[in-house]
Design a protein around this ligand. Sequence first.
Ligand SMILES: [Fe+2]
Length: 237
Amino acid sequence: MITIPGMTQFDSQLAAAPTDHPVTAPSADAPKPALTPLAPAHFFATPVWTQQLTAHATLNLPILDALTGLEATAPSVKRSNVGGWHSETNLHHHPAFRPLCQTISRVALRCALALEFDFTRGGLAIQSLWANRNGPGDYNAQHVHPNSFLSGSYYLTVPPDSGNIEIADPVRERVMDAYPMRSDAKRHMRRVEYRCRDGLLIMFPSWLSHGVQPNRSNAMRYSLAFNIEVTPKILRP
Ligand SMILES: [Fe+2]
């Protein structure tokens, strides 16, 4: 048996297990075709972008001030939120959110370029922006954002243990992939957890399923979420 450094006991047992067609090393005089370097193409990759905004305390001040007023007057909307308060989805029209919207637009533009979006056939616009306040025990169930191109969140106030965002593996068929993989194998994770922190902007394709863990702190967690839509261009003959 060949011992490979880093093998776990389980791996070693598997390698030692008898098979009907054992893989054996070729004999010394067997022809050895030259192999070129293996450079796999990664189809169906899923991008997730993050941007930590500098000076977020200054940026967040008027936003949190506006949210205080909105919370006092507007009842919660029910979407993916379980508990908590969810604002209306039109905050991108509110002046207090304008500087943040400009930053979101700039980041969305770069994400779209990375996705090879064809700007000769369409443009992008912020379709909706809303706030989430998650108190103790509140969370957001796994969901996608329909009728949208890019989505994301911006974290205003994230106390310790108030909940991270969890992104689910979009390749459902991978549930059949039960081969022994290293526990740290990045290409075989079924979910990814991003640690949320004040001033972090995260963006991903709108079809990517995600949710927010329960707030296990005694403090309020404030975040914003948004959708970027495609605005079709009228092509003239
Ligand atoms: Fe969401």
